[in-house]
Design a protein around this ligand. Structure first.
Ligand code: SF4
Length: 241
């Protein structure tokens, strides 16, 4: 696997907010969203904290050695109790073949939480036996800057719904009630038991949608899908990763 970094922190988004997680961030992505603030470019090395949550970093060569990575995660879990292992990116499923070899090794140490843009159903299908939770995004055209890939999202959500813990949409001050309602209708149609999370885009460390506009968007979503929640990003407020 080609990695960016391994670190230990608190989940800052969605329904598992506040859970201590061991994050494995993979490089590469199949999308290029307008609001993306993540460095997912492939690199010659990846870094890991010197201890879980530590200030120091060590560099290792890419591709990561699966046995070494598994051993590192086992060591970290003995040092600090984590709720789960968050696979994040970039888009982790771009490296589906490598994950198919590594996840069987690591899922016995920690349950796996997949953060994904929800557009690559084929690699997901093979990996589902090793994944405990799926957190899937819906990319709204108004915020993402590209047309929403509804067909790919539908195939993905149908596959992942037995393990889906949430569908998440990023909203910003330009997001319309119609866009949010369409996403909510979509979730209710394909996975009525799965919560929809409206996540205001963070700008300068603060949620960019607040007050009445935020309540209006939540109301538009809840009319279509009652389990529509607003959860802002927590990690910028706590100055953590
Ligand atoms: S899917 Fe995520 S990582 Fe990829 S471009 Fe969009 S926001 Fe960035």
């Amino acid at each position: 696997m080609r990695l960016k970094e391994v670190f230990s922190s608190l989940q800052g988004e969605g329904v598992l907010i506040g859970c201590r997680q061991l994050f494995v961030r993979l490089s590469q992505c199949n999308l290029s969203c307008a609001y993306c603030d993540t460095d997912y470019a492939d690199s010659a090395t990846w870094s890991a904290e010197d201890e879980p949550g530590g200030a120091g970093r060590r560099e290792y060569p890419n591709p990561a050695d699966p046995a070494f990575l598994t051993e590192l995660i086992g060591r970290w879990q003995s040092h600090t109790r984590h709720h789960s292992l968050a696979l994040t990116g970039g888009e982790p499923l771009v490296q589906g073949a490598a994950l198919a070899e590594w996840l069987p090794l690591v899922c016995g140490i920690l349950p796996v939480y997949l953060e994904t843009n929800g557009t690559l159903p084929e690699p997901l299908e093979r990996l589902l036996p090793y994944i405990s939770w799926v957190s899937m995004d819906i990319k709204l055209a108004g915020t993402g800057g590209v047309p929403t890939p509804w067909d790919a999202h539908a195939a993905f959500l149908i596959l992942s719904r037995p393990k889906a813990c949430q569908v998440k949409v990023v909203i910003d001050p330009q997001t319309t009630a119609d866009e949010v309602a369409e996403a909510a209708r979509f979730v209710h149609h394909h996975a009525p038991q799965v919560p929809l999370i409206l996540q205001p885009k963070t700008v300068a460390g603060r949620p960019s949608v607040t007050g009445r506009p935020l309540l209006s968007l939540q109301s538009a979503a809840a009319c279509e899908h009652p389990a529509s929640l607003v959860i802002p990003q927590m990690h910028p407020l706590l100055s953590i990763r």
